[in-house]
Design a protein around this ligand. Sequence first.
Ligand SMILES: NC(=O)c1ccc[n+]([C@@H]2O[C@H](COP(=O)([O-])OP(=O)(O)OC[C@H]3O[C@@H](n4cnc5c(N)ncnc54)[C@H](O)[C@@H]3O)[C@@H](O)[C@H]2O)c1
Length: 267
Amino acid sequence: MTLEIRRIQPFPDARTAVVTGAGAERGIGRRVVRTLLAQGWSVVAADIDGEATEAFAAELTAELPEGAVQKVLGVGVDVSDQASIDAAFARIDAEMPQVVALVNLAGIPSPHSIFELTPEIWDRVMDVNAKGTLLMTQAAARRMIDGGVGGRIVNTASITALDGGGTFSKTGYAAAKAAIQGLTRGSARELGQHGITANVILPGPIDTDIMGGTLTEDRKAGMSADIPLQRVGQPEEVAGLIGFLVGEDSSFVSGTSISVDGGKHMH
Ligand SMILES: NC(=O)c1ccc[n+]([C@@H]2O[C@H](COP(=O)([O-])OP(=O)(O)OC[C@H]3O[C@@H](n4cnc5c(N)ncnc54)[C@H](O)[C@@H]3O)[C@@H](O)[C@H]2O)c1
C-alpha cells in the first residue's frame, strides 16, 4: 500500500528558491540552503559577499549525487541596490529553473541607542533590512506571477520588533524589523490572488555570528535566562520552520508572523 498525501498546490519538479543572507559560514542562510536542497529545490545562495556564496555553491554542487537535476548557484547581491538585484536576477533567469520561492534573510543589526542612531545608520539599517526585503520581493514575485506557478515568500523580522530592543539590537533594528512585518502583510494581501503566500518569521536569540563574532558561553547563558527552553536557538531550528513555510504543506498559511524563540516572547 502506498500512502498518498494530496497536495492542494503542487509545485513544479524543477523549481528554484532564492535565499539571501547565505554568505555567513555560521549563519541561518546556509542552513536554509541545505534544508531546501534536501527538500528537492534548486537553490540560489545570495549574499553581499559574492565570493563566499560562490565557494559555498561549489561545495554543495560537489556534494550533490551524480546525475542530480537540482542546481545550486552562488551570487553576489546587495539587496539594498536595485542594479545589483537586476544583475543577480539576470543570472538566475539564464541559469536556473523557475523561481517559486524567496527567503529574505539578509539583514544587519544595530546596537545603537536612540541618541547614537544617526540618519546615516538609520538609513542603512532600513535599506538592508526593509528596503532589501521589498526589492527582492518585487523581483521574485514578478517571476512567480509570470510563470503562473504561485509561490512562497518568507521574510525575517525578529522578536526585537515586538520587544523594542534586546540582546544585541535596539531601536533602529526594531523599527526595520517591524517594517518587515507590515511589508509581509501587504505582500500577502496583494500577492495572494496569484497563489503566492507571504509569511514572516521572528527569531529570538540564535547562535550565529551576527554580533560580529561567536557568542561566548557566558553570553549565551545570560541570554538563556528568560527563555522557557533555557537556551539560545540553533540555525537548523530556524531552517526547519522556513522549510515548512516554503513547502507545499503550508499552502493556506499566509500573512502570519511566527516566532522561533524558545518561548521567549509569547504573543
Ligand atoms: N541570529 C539571531 O539571533 C537573529 C535573531 C533575530 C533575527 N535574526 C535575523 O535573521 C537573519 C539572518 O541572521 P544571521 O544570524 O544568520 O546573521 P548573519 O550575520 O550570520 O548573516 C546575515 C547575512 O546577511 C548578509 N548581508 C548583510 N548585508 C547584506 C546586503 N546588503 N545584501 C545582501 N546580503 C547582506 C551578510 O553578509 C550575512 O551573510 C537576519 O535578518 C537577522 O536580522 C537573527
